[in-house]
Write a protein that binds this ligand. Structure first.
Ligand SMILES: *Cc1c(COP(=O)(O)O)cnc(C)c1O
Length: 373
């Protein structure tokens, strides 16, 4: 199998989605599966749907188009405010989009009329993350303007947390967001189909003790893909954190390192640093580098340490017996490493655990079922 590659266990993505769907269901919160970290990979998106996600969402129209080209016909929402220049593409491939600018919404309305369709608008509200969002005091006015535009229909409101600020929402912020839903409906009528309370960082609130009020949707990427809560980085109980594995090949080993210190560039500071080598830190070099992934986001194999990386090489120290040249080393990735690796042209994606290639009784236990995409 080719290297470097990402092995994706679709059954773990399916089960992670299912776990969240089952926990949020009793609170009447649906799961929208967010595919941006995997560049809209159709089989991964399908695993989210198979796990019970009610729909899909992505930040980039190119990823949505990839999903459509693969034959996905269900609802897909664009969760980054559309570029004015892409209004036509957005109405052609998405049922709905998240919006903050009336100029863009007007362009979507005109594009929808040209397209003979009605485009759904979810208004993103600024609730403290200070990224994109309409300030709460301007929301009723913009909602009224959307209501009056032909070609678009106001479908809901959404909040976003932790992306820029790194802070999870508080109960007070969530209560204020729910109040906004009621306020809009008191003006526009009971029209809000979607009250989307945020991303994976909203999960601690949504699964906590308090009532979840009007929130009926969460847009989940990281929690489904990596099984962790993004702000703390902690594993979510009962979730798989190893659905993705990055595999790279050893191209050089150095079991007898030179006795003198060697100079290396520290990738985190870009400064030269001196590493003292000893028998306890034999080195291996892998054919993978900064161009392929976010190196500091890799978790090293047990007993190994990251010595450094360049654009195309990864240098790892290991006190143990070094693997042979040509053998493979496996890594887990954080969100940033995953996102970069999935977008890297030299990294192949190998799927396993697919329902169509699920091991039969006969072959269970041997993971021999890979399909290349
Ligand atoms: C990326 C993103 C999400 C998903 O975030 P995760 O932390 O991966 O769950 C949800 N909503 C918006 C607007 C996003 O940009």
């Amino acid at each position: 199998m080719s290297c470097p590659r990402i092995e994706v266990d679709l059954s773990k993505i399916r089960r992670n989605t299912q776990t969240l769907v089952e926990r949020l269901g009793p609170r009447r919160i649906g799961v929208t599966g967010v595919t941006k970290a995997v560049c809209g990979h159709p089989a991964i998106a399908q695993a989210m749907l198979d796990g019970g996600a009610v729909g899909l969402a992505d930040a980039r129209i190119s990823n949505v188009q990839r999903l459509r080209a693969a034959g996905m016909t269900g609802p897909i929402t664009l969760i980054r405010s559309p570029m004015l220049s892409q209004a036509d593409q957005v109405v052609q491939s998405c049922e709905e989009s998240y919006n903050t600018e009336i100029l863009v919404i007007s362009a979507l309305a005109a594009a929808a009329i040209r397209n003979g369709s009605v485009h759904g608008v979810v208004l993103m509200v600024e609730m403290g993350d200070l990224r994109d969002g309409i300030s709460p005091e301007n929301l009723p006015d913009i909602a009224m303007q959307v209501m009056q535009l032909a070609g678009v229909a106001l479908k809901g409101i959404g909040a976003n947390f932790a992306c820029l600020s790194g802070l999870s929402p508080t109960a007070l912020q969530m209560a204020a967001f729910c109040d906004l839903a009621n306020e809009i409906e008191s003006i526009c009528g009971p029209i809000l189909k979607i009250v989307s309370g945020g991303n994976s960082a909203t999960l601690p609130w949504a699964l906590g003790e308090r009532a979840t009020g009007r929130v009926n949707d969460l847009r989940l990427g990281e929690a489904i893909l990596l099984g962790v809560e993004p702000v703390s980085g902690d594993q979510i109980g009962g979730m798989h954190t190893d659905a993705f594995t990055l595999v790279a090949e050893v191209i050089e080993t150095d079991a007898k390192p030179p006795p003198s210190p060697i100079a290396l560039i520290d990738p985190t500071t870009e400064r030269l640093r001196i590493v003292t080598t000893s028998a306890a830190s034999a080195r291996m070099i892998l054919a993978m580098g900064h161009q392929d992934t976010d190196i500091p986001g890799l978790s090293m194999p047990v007993g190994s340490t990251l010595i450094g990386a360049t654009s195309d090489h990864l240098v790892i120290g290991s006190p143990r017996t070094l693997p042979k040249v040509g053998s493979e080393v496996r890594f887990q990735m954080n969100y940033s490493a995953l996102m970069h690796a999935m977008a890297a042209p030299d990294i192949k994606v190998e799927l396993m655990g697919n329902s169509s290639t699920r091991p039969t009784r006969h072959t269970q236990g041997k993971v021999g079922h890979f399909a290349r995409v």
